[in-house]
Design a protein around this ligand. Sequence first.
Ligand code: ZN
Length: 552
Amino acid sequence: MRQNRLFARLLPLALLAASPAAAQERPAAPPPPVGQPKLIVAVSVDQFSADLFAEYRDKFTGGLRRLIDGGALFPSGYQSHAATETCPGHSTILTGSRPSRTEIIANNWIDLKAAREDKSIYCAEDESVAGSNSRDYTASPVHLKVPTLGDRLKAAGGGSRVVAVAGKDRAALMMGGHDTDVALWWGSDRFTTLKGRTLPPAADRTNEAIARRLAEARPALELPPTCQGRARPVPIGAGKSVGSGAFARAAGDVRGFRASPEIDGATVALAALLARDMKLGQGPGTDVLAVGLSATDYVGHTFGTQGAEMCLQMLALDRSLHDLLTGLDSLGVPYALVLTADHGGLDLPERARNIAIADAARVSADLAANTVGKAIQAELKLPRQALWGDSSFGDMWVDPGFTPRQKTAVIAAARKRYLASPQVEGVFTAQEIAATPSPTSPPETWTTLQRLRASYNPDHSGDLLVVLKPRVTPIPDPAGGYVATHGSVWDYDRRVPILFWRPGQMPFEQPMGVETVDILPTLAALIGLPVPAAEIDGHCLDLDPGGTSTCR
Ligand code: ZN
């Protein structure tokens, strides 16, 4: 009875995570029992860079405070690979494997040999489904070529259940894997699931509660003192500015809902309801709950990372995590939790230049792969566009119908054009990257080629890789949509916090670089799940700061 009352209060409270006033009313549950975890909880905070964590770590009073003060903290975790995007990042967290092994090299890649007309392949789609295209796709984990923690537990046959809930399909599917019992993500205006599955009652209830909230306008949040000093408008052109917003939203504004703390509140509420309804941690096996919190990423892209908006989001994230932990505590089972991020991020250059970073810049629009590809087509008098890509950096593909001689000429011409730009750090061919051994040294020491190697897969990677100079934001014009982003090889995009928490954990902080691929073997050791070292890239992190080890 007590639990039911608690959850009846938790759902509306979590949905109100944006509101600091609601924090005072938040219920607490008794601490969970100590023992071998019956439930593994993995939380990914999208775009939660090590820099954001450092900036706000002394401001947290809710869930993050508890994880910092009572957990094993690795503030220099690395999404060590080059293509620091959402899908590759999520593919590392519960697989122990870098994108070179997961084969999730980017959010999208171009497959010029694909049977369908649209050659852009989304990482979390099954493009073999007839009639699909990259805009109207069938969500699937089929491109993830390695098992997740949940997949391994299921294969071990102990009756484990695997649940993934996220603000994005790629977060839910890359962390949940191929054999989820429940996989839910935010669709266009509600939580949805894989084709052919029905929504669990918890999702229906959450969707109804969200629909009621969306139908109402949301007034601007009050700025607490911590955020007031960060509220300065930064002009971004076309009469627009960012930096002093507070998430006021019109009734029915779904995009405004998504780029705000509201989406995290809803995701946490749904995760907690599912955990209760499914009695996670009370079955015969060890269960897995993966939670992807997307608001930080949408807020970062829409408003940048250094304004009042991100400040409000960081404080709301802390409250949402408090609600999640409260829900997990009330299950009354021993659980272990890890929190990390899929990649870091960088603020918009217009504000960075005001905060002492004079060389922050936006990429020149002429560096877009398709623009360069058309210019090379004309230069070399080729029958078709010479080079393909969806950005001004990263993977670029040469038309596979060209002769080897034409291909060599295209790569040479592209290299020359890119290297002529003062915004380009380097251009690397697939052969150069493939010839580089997978790195084994600490991730902070890797060369650019080693970073690219960790993202390289012969089936999907481009024929050449363009690396922009640090602090060059690959969005030419901020007035059209997103103002800031991530995706580079540089450490502001690679470094993320990793926090482990479990009842009875002796707290410690280890500042050396570790990798997100270390999470899987660390968790597997806690529950006695064997994972052959040759199958993964990560290494177990010993969570016992005393004489004994949690790695076995
Ligand atoms: Zn992301």
